[in-house]
Write a protein that binds this ligand. Structure first.
Ligand code: SAM
Length: 345
């Protein structure tokens, strides 16, 4: 075995249990912050195993809280663990863990939504994008209100190779509300297929690892929780800018039970809607009567490529937003009503 073994055999010394720490520091879960803790170390070990081997790895844990998952990560043979925690009440307990694992744990008191992960690790961790992923992992059990906007932000970072992805194809192991985990991993034709499925899967290999029943958390949330693993793809399945893909996918899914051309129509201003919709569907060679949930990622790629071509020809299309047009029309109707004039058709 290589000389890397020294840290791999690290085990935390005996410590107060997570439950005892919570009592010691009087760490009541804050309902407003959707704090639900995991005390069962077999379960936190199982989450950590989903990340793959963490031997000598650099890891960022988001939202360590009282540190259950943190203990499992430290026991997995990592070389360094950076934790980002927003709630200051957890910092003393995390410092205790840091003393028990000298030189291994860095604590950042901050918000993961604004934390500059691109500055969190040394450049030596980096691997070229086309090679194997770097030995850098992000792991977290975050509140659902944070994990969904965060994954959308991180998917955009994957597309632009920014944030945690300046180091290469950094892997993520994160928890989500079970329904969101199912949407992230839903395949073509399934009931859960949604905007999130396309956005995640065109950029990453996404795996729904296992479900944790709500009763495993303290306090118990209303819902079950899914653990999802993401590995960014070397080559995204759609080679258009993230914002453009996001716009096409959002429009297509706005009428998820209708034929997909209904959503495509809304990419274009009323005056040229029928012609441009027909042109886009023909260019993409996608059957207009398929439902959004029935479209494959190659079909979304064809739609995004066709829309990009139309925008190259007429750049003003890119800034057109159907909902904005609706909002302006509504405003004008209200203004006309208050002036007592008849609205223009
Ligand atoms: N990881 C712990 C566990 O599994 O028991 C705690 C999980 S609890 C669901 C979520 C944790 O994320 C809390 O400690 C909370 O304070 C923290 N948190 C919430 N929003 C955060 C944010 N924006 N940035 C960093 N931490 C956040």
């Amino acid at each position: 075995m290589a000389a890397t073994g020294k840290l791999a055999f690290f085990r935390l010394p005996p410590l107060p249990t997570v439950g005892e720490l919570i009592k010691l520091y009087n760490l009541r879960a804050e309902k407003q912050l959707s704090q639900n803790f995991l005390f069962d170390l077999r379960l936190t070990d199982k989450i950590v195993r989903q990340a793959g081997s963490l031997r000598d790895a650099h890891v960022c844990e988001v939202g360590p809280g009282p540190g259950g998952l943190t203990r499992s990560i430290l026991n997995a043979g990592v070389s360094e663990l950076l934790v980002v925690e927003k709630d200051s009440r957890f910092i003393p307990g995390l410092k205790l863990l840091s003393e028990a694992a000298p030189g291994m744990l860095r604590i950042v008191h901050g918000d993961i939504l604004t934390y500059r992960m691109d500055r969190g690790f040394t450049e030596a961790v980096s691997k070229p994008w086309e090679e194997d992923p770097p030995n850098l992992h992000i792991i977290g059990n975050l509140p659902f209100s944070v994990s969904t906007p965060l994954i959308i932000k991180w998917l955009e970072n994957v597309a632009n190779r920014t944030g945690p992805f300046v180091y290469g194809r950094t892997r993520l192991t994160l928890t989500f509300q079970k329904e969101v985990a199912e949407r992230l991993t839903a395949c073509t034709g399934s009931r859960q297929r949604s905007r999130l499925s396309i956005m995640a899967q065109y950029l990453c290999t996404v795996r729904n690892c296992f479900t944790i029943p709500g009763r495993a958390f303290v306090p118990k949330p209303e819902v079950d929780v899914g653990v999802v693993h993401f590995t960014p793809l070397v080559q995204p399945q759609i080679a258009q800018p993230f914002k453009l893909v996001e716009k096409v996918v959002r429009n297509v899914f706005q009428f998820r039970r209708k034929h997909c051309h209904k959503g495509v129509e809304k990419l274009f201003p009323e005056a040229c809607r029928p012609e441009l919709t027909q042109e886009m569907m023909q260019k993409a060679d996608v059957d207009p009567v398929l439902r959004p949930t029935e479209l494959t990622i190659p079909q979304f790629r064809a739609l995004a490529d066709a829309y990009a071509q139309l925008c190259a020809h007429e750049p003003s299309l890119l800034s057109y937003e159907f909902r904005e047009e609706l909002r302006l029309k509504r405003l004008s109707r209200i203004r006309n009503k208050t002036k007592g004039t008849t609205p223009s058709p």
